[in-house]
Design a protein around this ligand. Sequence first.
Ligand SMILES: NC(=O)c1ccc[n+]([C@@H]2O[C@H](COP(=O)([O-])OP(=O)(O)OC[C@H]3O[C@@H](n4cnc5c(N)ncnc54)[C@H](OP(=O)(O)O)[C@@H]3O)[C@@H](O)[C@H]2O)c1
Length: 303
Amino acid sequence: MRAIVFEQFGGPEVLQVQQVDEPHAGPGQLRIAVKAAAVNPLDFKIRNGWFEAFMPTTFPAVPGSEVAGVVDEVGAGVTEFAVGDEVVGWAQGGSYADYAIAGLVVKKPADVSWEQAVALPIAGETAARVLRELGVKEGETLLLHGAAGGVGSVAIQLAVALGVTVIGTASEANHDFVRSLGAIPILYGEGLVDRVKAVAPQGVDAVFDSAGQGALPDSIELRGGTDRVITIADMGAADLGVTFSMESSSPEVTTAGLIEQLQLAADGKLTLTVAKTFGLEDARTAQEISETGHIRGKLVLLP
Ligand SMILES: NC(=O)c1ccc[n+]([C@@H]2O[C@H](COP(=O)([O-])OP(=O)(O)OC[C@H]3O[C@@H](n4cnc5c(N)ncnc54)[C@H](OP(=O)(O)O)[C@@H]3O)[C@@H](O)[C@H]2O)c1
């Protein structure tokens, strides 16, 4: 089968299209014929070797943690899924390939396309987890950094559905998009504190930083402390006393959340935005674009 493989850390050029042996479903496992694989910032961070302390890489490595596709092999002992099921979720051992071994997956509603479905697992789990950890509730105001990204675009909608007023930071080019999802868009960068105060004279009850681009000091000032300020991307969080959320929810919570969010998407109540799709052979370009850090929604490979 075709797979994107890297055998050393480095820039996008280390990604190669290779013919490799197909994986097979062992006991308790599913093999998926991949229809869509999402490109996440995590993928270029791993490729650059930045995540070795948390997630050591074994070479040769295939990138990709999210997958949507059709079950085409079922290992011994699997009863919940059958060959032909359309599923979406996490992959083990990489998803930038023609076939992948499933991690945690659920059945995909027919009304959600492959590329939309694959945009959801990480963004949905992360957004729901952080909103839960922040404890935001109806009537409160949330400042969300990185509102136009994969995580941010889902977080806006989940928070608005809770009755929360969301102020979302984004570049000017993404303001209409952020507004269309239900948030009040504002520019990031110098003068942020004044801009937030202008649109939220009532103050900010919580801050969700999904950008990791240095807005934590302003966020602490706006909140009046580090309480209810959470980042998923700013590696300087600990020095500022801010919580870095990283641990995924339990498998039960994750599965239930993904099923619920897929249904919201199928019902037209959750918009999943795909910025651009690529063929498998263009994975390098997709990661280059991901690394620019200005994605609206999700980048997706369609092998
Ligand atoms: N800890 C965890 O559990 C966890 C889970 C998932 C993701 N993450 C991390 O969270 C981050 C976001 O992930 P993602 O998938 O949403 O990324 P993404 O889709 O690449 O989106 C990044 C977004 O950040 C915005 N942005 C860039 N500079 C900004 C700034 N200075 N202030 C505010 N927004 C800015 C961009 O919007 P503009 O184009 O408008 O600038 C873009 O929409 C990544 O670092 C990822 O690795 C962590």
